[in-house]
Write a protein that binds this ligand. Structure first.
Ligand code: DHB
Ligand code: MG
Length: 237
């Protein structure tokens, strides 16, 4: 029956995707006890299980190392899993500042970073990010900003990231693919609409060179990655 073979083909495709993610994770992003504990912390603490994947974590570490990051800003700490990867990409003497809305999540993130031996270089600041960001101008410029927080605020977070990131620095945002919904446009969901606005803005802003990669959830979600190539906007021809 043709339907049966199509179903089999789809099953095999899904199984292969799972196999690839598992093997690539094991090969390129092996977790130590601190990362495993941070990945397990949301379930143990009744928090949403929405951390980035190990491969995404390794990519953040690579991006931090590639730009020689001395100062990293994270918007949305959750349980500290991405923070561990980011802090492990800092140059010697560097610092991660991670903003977290929830008091509970901030406490869990601090514990994760402490367990990883990173408390000396990673600080979690608790509060609404849009209230905390203005004070960070005194600590700018940052080499890398990672956005992974409430989706409706992504465009506002991008405005701040553009203010706070040096030329040659990176702005990375999670969940910019989301099953394609942000790309379709016209969504009634404020989070989806904001992600679409974020994607369109980073794709077209003349200060940025950007890409979005479907590297999570079997290709259904992923990062937008932007390098700040110029301080001033230029008219695009
Ligand atoms: C959600 C948020 C995230 O940052 C993520 O990576 C996945 C899901 C959410 O709010 O549903
Ligand atoms: Mg996310």
């Amino acid at each position: 029956m043709p339907e049966q073979s199509e179903l089999e083909r789809l099953r095999e495709y899904a199984a292969t995707r799972e196999y690839i993610d598992r093997e690539l994770g094991a090969l390129f992003a092996p977790e130590d006890d601190a990362l495993r504990a941070a990945m397990a912390a949301p379930q143990a603490n009744d928090m949403p299980q929405i951390a980035i994947s190990p491969l995404q974590g390794r990519l953040l570490q690579i991006l931090a190392l590639a730009c020689g990051a001395q100062k990293i800003l994270e918007i949305g700490a959750l349980a500290g899993y991405s923070g561990i990867w980011l802090a492990r990409g800092l140059a010697p003497g560097g610092k991660l500042i991670s903003l977290e809305f929830s008091e509970k999540h901030a406490a869990v993130a601090r514990a994760s970073l402490k367990r990883a031996g990173l408390s000396d270089r990673a600080e979690v600041r608790q509060g609404p990010a849009l209230d905390l960001l203005p004070a960070l101008e005194a600590e700018a410029p940052f080499d890398l900003v990672f956005i992974d927080a409430d989706k409706p605020s992504y465009p506002a977070y991008l405005d701040w990231a553009l203010r706070l990131t040096r030329v040659g620095g990176l702005i990375v945002a999670d969940n910019c693919v989301r099953g394609g919904a942000p790309l379709r446009g016209g969504s009634d969901d404020p989070g989806t609409a904001a992600l679409g606005e974020y994607d369109r803005r980073v794709a077209s802003d003349s200060r940025l060179v950007s890409v979005a990669l479907p590297i999570d959830e079997g290709g259904m979600d992923g990062f937008a990655i932007s390098v700040v190539a110029a301080a001033e906007a230029t008219t695009q021809l």
